[in-house]
Write a protein that binds this ligand. Structure first.
Ligand code: DGJ
Length: 518
């Protein structure tokens, strides 16, 4: 066979295997869960478009170019039900195709957001033929029988219509992207929640509330006696919220499962978080919140993960609550402010599949520049993080609630504290562009680390009886998987060998090599 023919066959077979290997979420033997795209671990360095900026490709096109220049590798893009099914069963997916092709042209991946039955607890994205027919497509009801602007989770017609449209969308995606994998994940619904009251008071909901708690859910609460919702979970808002969570979860499951049958991309759904001290009914209730995980995990097994939209303070605790066995951390929405760059480093350092500030196209110049620096550093670190594997990376983030931290990597104990606490830290005590201290640490060998971030001091210790010293610290950057040294740091920069320090006010990258003696 001629060389050209062999090359052609190889090309065809590698293209075929690429098409066969769909994006997926996988946990490796060492316990690290990752998004795998075209056979390789992929970290979403993302941003979510504002709600209305994907409603016309002419609006999205320059934004995608801007986001690619900002060094995002993925954009989270809404698809609204009303635009893709304006007439019942007459689909208009050209817009989706155009958006996917434009993103691909900019070498961006896409996480599509299915704004279907619910968006922030409302149903503003459902088509007019649904909005205008509440007899056929029932609404949730609140006290006094008032119907609200949100579809009922209890009406089979609602979930059937949503699942049918979503299946058509996934079929279409497979036809336009089944080979390229520009779209790597799909969010099903957006911030599902009951917002007017804790529970739907319509007739269908009342009947469901009086029926027994399904055994799949009860099985997750060992020791709970079978019975109706208030028998099992106690009378009051907590039982009502668990009930709503189960029904939102099973509804979302039907949509996700039907879509996956057409094209099995990884799928997630996201939560509007609840403020501390508020009771069910006082915050968007029944969504995939940490205290409702059992309902969502049992009710929606087709979802690969449940995700937090983090706008509230205490980023660390929200990440702790969502990163659990069986639920990898992915942050589809985060506050788009000066902290986003450090939040990105922190989240990826602790093993998140991705991070994405909301309304990314509206980021201020300074915030955008900081995020770009963080994303460039994360892109460069990508091969190092992938090679390090499970348990070898950590995030660092200093917040009011978390002023210091102690990390264990291998047999070493790393004490991390904020640069503010260092007496020599002046004059960069406050920095408008990098106001938050934090970053990520990766262990590249038992006694060697790369630390990337801003405003971090790290000390190193081992077991009693062994002193750990700093052999050397180099400042530099990672290029093509290797650390390239720009300066050897010593003297004042390491406090005469006492610690590694990334000063406030700039994104630093340093490599430290330790030594031990008795
Ligand atoms: C969370 C929602 O999921 C987004 O679509 C958007 O409405 C933001 N809130 C606005 O802050």
């Amino acid at each position: 066979m001629k060389a050209a023919a062999i090359a052609f066959l190889l090309l065809v077979s590698s293209a075929a295997s690429r098409a066969a290997e769909l994006p997926r979420v996988a946990t490796d033997a060492a316990g690290a869960t990752r998004l795998i795209v075209d056979g390789k671990p992929f970290t979403v360095l993302g941003g979510e478009l504002g709600n209305s900026n994907a409603s016309h490709v002419a609006v999205a096109k320059p934004l995608f170019a801007k986001l690619a220049a900002m060094k995002l590798n993925t954009v989270l893009v809404p698809v609204s039900w009303e635009l893709v099914e304006p007439v019942e069963e007459k689909y208009a997916f050209d817009l989706v195709g155009d958006l996917v092709r434009e993103a691909r042209r900019q070498k961006l991946h896409v996480v599509l957001l299915w704004f279907g039955s619910w968006k922030n607890g409302m149903s503003s994205y459902v088509p007019a033929w649904i909005k205008s027919n509440p007899e056929r497509f029932p609404r949730a009801e609140v006290a006094g029988g008032r119907r609200v602007e949100a579809l009922s989770a209890f009406a089979p017609t609602n979930v059937q219509a949503d699942a049918r449209a979503f299946r058509a969308l996934m079929r279409y995606l497979r036809s336009v992207d089944g080979h390229d994998h520009t779209v790597i994940m799909v969010q099903v619904e957006n911030e599902v929640a009951m917002i007017d009251e804790v529970a739907d008071r319509g007739a269908l909901a009342k009947a469901a509330f009086a029926s027994p708690v399904p055994k799949e859910l009860l099985a997750r609460f060992p020791g709970k006696a079978a019975g109706t919702w208030d028998q099992a979970f106690g009378r009051g808002p907590a039982a009502e919220e668990m009930f709503m969570a189960w029904h939102y979860a099973t509804y979302t499951e039907t949509v996700a499962r039907t879509g996956k049958a057409a094209y099995p991309l990884p799928m997630l759904t996201n939560a509007a978080l609840n403020r501390a001290g508020k009771k069910p009914g006082q915050y968007p209730s029944g969504g995939p919140l940490p205290h409702l995980f059992e309902a969502w995990k049992a009710g929606a097994p087709s979802l690969d993960l449940l995700a937090p939209d983090i706008y509230l303070p205490d980023f660390v605790t929200w990440c702790d609550r969502y990163q659990r066995p069986g639920n990898p951390l992915f942050i589809p929405e985060a506050k788009n402010d000066a902290d986003a760059a450090v939040h990105a480093l922190y989240a990826i350092g602790r093993g998140a599949l991705g991070f994405s500030p909301f309304a990314i196209e509206s980021a201020g110049d300074a915030d955008a520049a900081a995020l770009t620096k963080a994303y460039v550093a994360l892109t460069e670190l990508g091969p190092v993080l992938a090679a390090a594997g499970a348990g070898k990376t950590a995030g660092v983030l200093f917040e009011k609630e978390h002023p210091t931290a102690t990390l264990r990597l291998g047999d070493l104990v790393l004490g991390v504290s904020h640069d503010y606490t260092f007496e020599w830290a002046s004059p960069a005590r406050h920095d408008a562009v990098w106001p938050r201290g934090g970053g990520l640490i990766v262990q590249i060998a038992p006694d060697e680390f790369i630390v990337t971030g801003n405003g971090i001091i790290v000390t190193f210790a081992a077991a009693a009886g062994v002193t750990v010293g700093i052999e050397r610290i180099d400042e530099g950057r990672v290029t093509n998987g290797a650390f390239v040294v720009t300066r050897r740091l010593n003297g004042d920069e390491t406090h005469q060998g006492r610690h590694l320090r990334l000063p406030m006010g700039a994104l630093g990258v340093q490599r430290v090599k330790l030594y031990r003696f008795k």
